[in-house]
Every structure is written in C-alpha cells, then in structure tokens.
Design a protein around this ligand. Structure first.
Ligand code: OAD
Length: 268
C-alpha cells in the first residue's frame, strides 16, 4: 500500500536521516510501544494510549507478586476476564518498521537495539542484537539468578506453585518487568556498554519518560552522540534531537531504507 505523503515528514529531513544512518556503523536504538502500533498493539501513553484512556495501573505490582507469588501464579492459570491488550499482543505480527530495523542491522548500521516492548516482535522479525529491557512475555525468569527460559521449554505444575528455579531455588516469574521491579543488572550493563560505543542514537516510538530505559538516549547526548527521534508526538527528548521525524515508525522506517538503498546505488 502506498504511504500517504501527509503521514511522512518532509523528504529533506528523511534524506538527512538516511545520510546519517548510511555513514553510521554503530547506531543504537531505543524502541518503545509506538514501534508496535502498526502491528495493532496500542501504546500506553500518547494519543489513544491505554493509560491515557484508562489511567495508570497500580505502581506496586512487584510488591504484590513478592507478597504472594503462589496467588499470582494461581490467577495466571485462572484468568477471570479477557484482556483486549493480551488479545492484541497474541494476534500481532511484526510490521514494516520492525523489518526495516532488521535490514539496518544486516547492513551493519544498527549495532544494538534496546526495546522496552515485551511483545517479541523484534525477535520474530529477525533482529539479532537485542536487549529486552522490560522482558519478553514469552519468557520466564528467575528473580534470584536472572536466568531466562522460553515459557514453552518448561513445564509449570499447577499443584506446585510458585515454580522454582532448578539452578538456584529462586522463585520464577514471567520475564515481563512489573512496576516496582528492578531491571536485571546484566541487561542494564549491556545497554550501557552499547550506548557508550554508539556513533548515532535513534529513539523510536517511546515517550522517553520511563527510567532506567530513558537514561540511554540522555547518556548518548551527554557523550555528544547525535540523537534522532521518530515519533508522531513531541517528547522530552525532541528538543535535544538533531532531527525529530514526526510520524508513524511503520511508515517512516521503510522510507528511510529506500533512501539508503538509493545512496548505496549512487556509490556503486
Ligand atoms: P509509551 O506508551 O509511554 O509511549 C509510546 C510512544 O509512542 C508515544 O510517545 C507515542 O507518541 C508514540 N507513538 C504512537 N504511535 C506511534 C507510531 N505509529 N509510531 C511511532 N511512535 C508512535 O511507551 P514506552 O515509551 O514504550 O513498561 O513506555 C515505556 C514503558 O512504560 C513500557 O515499556 C511499559 C510502561 O511502563 C513496562 O511494562 C515494564
């Protein structure tokens, strides 16, 4: 389907971003919920976001889990209502934006992708170097040793809840990070070292207000690394970005790929 021109930033801005990316060998990306909007998954904040409409969920989810992990797991096995967000996640497939990021990785431009999304779509699209800083809904993690396994690779017995880690006897939980839960330090270290080595930083579809994820573009700016933002709305990072491309990432990223191919063709 042809992209409506009104959904895209002007061509000269797109060309500048394509030029910057084509010269980069070490772009680090921070992606957020907006990245999956064109896959049918609503965002949390911003126009039409789940929490913009319904308000934020309780901030003590992790505390509740720790108080009674057995109860949490029992509820997992006996869901009481159908959650339209979970249905959207279950039905989602990677969009053209996800595939464009895979192409940028294959071209040697993107060196690492930090995603706040738990939807697995970057992996399904084929992204290799990736940190799921808020976890992945198809994985399980031990809260003590931080080991992770795909959910389908382990059997959870309903009469033996909560499930226990075979490696350290810690409690297992869904890998998805809850409000109030610390991010595993090894993940933060990977994001930190990737950002330190970046020559360009790209934020896509994130409101950039949730920490520690939002600290990485700030770290990049403090190091003098140019920042590019893709988001239909203004965020706290917009004024610091070298270029802020306003529009949907599922439309903008494929256009950038086309422009990069043109640059490569001109060079041959
Ligand atoms: P938010 O929901 O906070 O922000 C989504 C952003 O996507 C907004 O800035 C929108 O303007 C933008 N957006 C909307 N449509 C878009 C499109 N088609 N293309 C590109 N951008 C679009 O999502 P995050 O910043 O990811 O954490 O939120 C961070 C964290 O907040 C989430 O990971 C979640 C929540 O707490 C956990 O669940 C642990």
């Amino acid at each position: 389907m042809e992209t409506k021109q009104s959904e895209l930033p002007n061509l000269s801005e797109l060309k500048k971003v394509a030029e910057l990316l084509s010269r980069s060998q070490n772009t680090v990306v921070l992606a957020g919920a907006g990245m999956s909007k064109e896959s049918g998954i609503p965002t949390f904040r911003g126009e039409g976001g789940l929490w913009t409409i319904n308000g934020e969920p309780p901030l003590n989810q992790y505390e509740i889990f720790l108080d009674n992990p057995k109860q949490w797991w029992t509820e997992k096995f006996t869901p009481t209502n159908t959650d339209s967000f979970a249905t959207a996640l279950d039905q989602s497939k990677p969009n053209q934006g996800h595939y464009a990021l895979v192409q940028l990785e294959q071209l040697g431009i993107i060196s690492h992708l930090i995603t706040q999304n738990v939807d697995d779509l970057h992996r399904q699209a084929g992204q290799i170097s990736i940190t799921e800083i808020h976890g992945n809904r198809y994985w399980i993690r031990c809260i003590t040793c931080n080991s992770r396994w795909p959910k389908k690779s382990i059997t959870i017995q309903q009469d033996l809840l909560p499930p226990i880690c075979e490696l350290c006897n810690g409690i297992l939980k869904s890998d998805t990070v809850m409000f109030g839960e610390p991010i595993p330090p090894n993940l933060l270290e990977t994001c930190h070292s990737a950002t330190q080595k970046a020559d360009l930083f790209l934020t896509i579809g994130t409101s950039a207000i949730v920490y520690p994820a939002a600290q990485f573009p700030i770290m990049a700016l403090e190091k003098g690394i140019p920042l590019i933002e893709i988001n239909p709305e203004t965020t706290p990072l917009s004024e610091f970005a070298l270029i802020s491309l306003k529009g949907p990432s599922g439309k903008i990223l494929p256009e950038i790929i086309k422009l990069i191919s043109e640059i490569h063709t001109r060079k041959v």
